[in-house]
Design a protein around this ligand. Structure first.
Ligand SMILES: NC(=O)c1ccc[n+]([C@@H]2O[C@H](COP(=O)([O-])OP(=O)(O)OC[C@H]3O[C@@H](n4cnc5c(N)ncnc54)[C@H](O)[C@@H]3O)[C@@H](O)[C@H]2O)c1
Length: 360
């Protein structure tokens, strides 16, 4: 997709800025994303970029000047990159993170949200930290209220926070199932509820459409199913459905709702059996840098994507896929009343056509 490549600027973020055991190289922690690199900078995709004033390093306006964004789970991984990238385009960002392990256990030590806020401020941007649990109804309310109380508005909600408790379905415990469903499903729903309530009230009060963007984080596990993390796949599929429901409910008020399934190197992907494929190459373009999906989030959050609603994408490196969900691909009708069980096998070839009868 041409616009992304233009706006993307695959030069702007530190090539090793991710969590998961691997640390940014010394002295590069403050580097943040920005867009519109010079031709010279484009030529060297691995040149670390340290803008003097962070977000405002180019002559033109940022894509998100004066917008206010919330990014959940933004203390590390993809959320951190999304917060940095939104701030680099001029958004004031509420950086939410509960500060938990990959498995959802509360961690001690520095608040990851506060560290990202500091990073944004050092680079000249505006951000505040929030440590609420997004899967707590009241916590999500406090998070959205903090945006309004501090900045007077909310324009963009990026639901990103997530945890993993991978297990085959036959070994899954109730606690593992519940936690993953809670953080992903309720953690997307509660914040969305709080945001759309405010946006709808504002639209009704003024009689005019508002600017609202919801960007949800899905996974290909939820789009296609996966073995070994059915709880996660189920939760992500639910988020895809929520995305479309929100799009149908809120489009009339000026709010769009889309989802992205990213692929990137974070502690989450590094923890999986295929984690080694996400390692950064010794040199050349780093396709798994989490900064790249973050640029797609910036695009969806901006006015450039005003006419995109209820859509799903897979985003990584220099590629974007548009995906669509369940839809009818075959149909048979019985001519003499309802189908009885024994009637059905004789119609299966007609129903399936060339479609497979088993998962690939
Ligand atoms: N990394 C990938 O390639 C990939 C692929 C598909 C989907 N995803 C999704 O992207 C999102 C980000 O994943 P990541 O890889 O950056 O993982 P990550 O573990 O690096 O970051 C997740 C963040 O969410 C925070 N968090 C967890 N529960 C929270 C809660 N209840 N409230 C607030 N914050 C909470 C954690 O503290 C953590 O900082 C997740 O939803 C994940 O499922 C990632």
């Amino acid at each position: 997709m041409a616009p992304l490549r233009e706006h993307n600027a695959p030069v702007c973020s530190p090539t090793r800025a991710w969590d998961g055991g691997l640390r940014p190289r010394a002295g590069r922690e403050r580097a943040v994303s920005c867009r519109q690199p010079s031709a010279a900078r484009r030529a060297d995709l691995r040149t670390p970029f340290r803008p003097e004033r962070g977000r405002v390093t180019r002559a033109g306006m940022g894509l998100l000047e004066d917008r206010v964004a919330i990014v959940t789970g933004a203390g590390r991984g993809l959320g951190r990159e999304e917060a940095l990238a939104l701030a680099a385009e001029g958004a004031r960002v509420v950086v939410n993170d509960l500060g938990v392990s990959l498995a959802g256990e509360v961690e001690t030590g520095d608040s990851p949200a506060a560290l990202v806020v500091e990073e944004i401020r050092q680079a000249g941007g505006t951000a505040i930290a929030n440590g609420d649990d997004v899967a707590d109804w009241a916590g999500a309310g406090r998070l959205v209220a903090q945006a309004y109380d501090t900045f007077g508005r909310l324009d963009i909600l990026v639901n990103n926070a997530g945890v993993l408790r991978d297990r085959m379905s036959f070994n899954m415990t109730e606690a593992e199932f519940d936690l993953v469903m809670r953080v992903h499903c309720k953690g997307h729903y509660a914040t969305s509820h709080q945001a759309v309530r405010r946006w709808r009230d504002a639209a009704k009060a003024t009689g005019a459409a508002v600017y609202g963007r919801i960007i949800n984080t899905v996974s290909e596990a939820g789009l296609y199913g996966s073995a070994g993390n059915s709880n996660y796949a189920m939760a992500k599929a639910a988020i895809a459905a929520l995305t479309q429901s929100l799009a149908r409910e809120m489009g009339r008020y000026g709010v769009t709702s889309n989802f992205m399934a990213p692929r990137a190197r974070t502690r989450m992907t590094l923890s999986t059996p295929t984690g080694s494929m996400f390692e950064a190459p010794a040199e050349g373009f780093d396709p798994w840098n989490p900064a790249w999906p973050a640029q797609f989030v910036v695009f969806l959050a901006s006015e450039l994507a005003s006419d995109i609603n209820g859509q799903g994408f897979v985003s990584w490196a220099n590629e974007i896929e548009l995906v669509s969900g369940w839809h009818s691909i075959g149909k048979v009708a019985h001519t003499a009343g309802a189908f009885m069980a024994r009637d059905i096998p004789g119609r299966l070839d007609e129903l399936f056509g060339s479609s497979p009868r088993q998962p690939a």
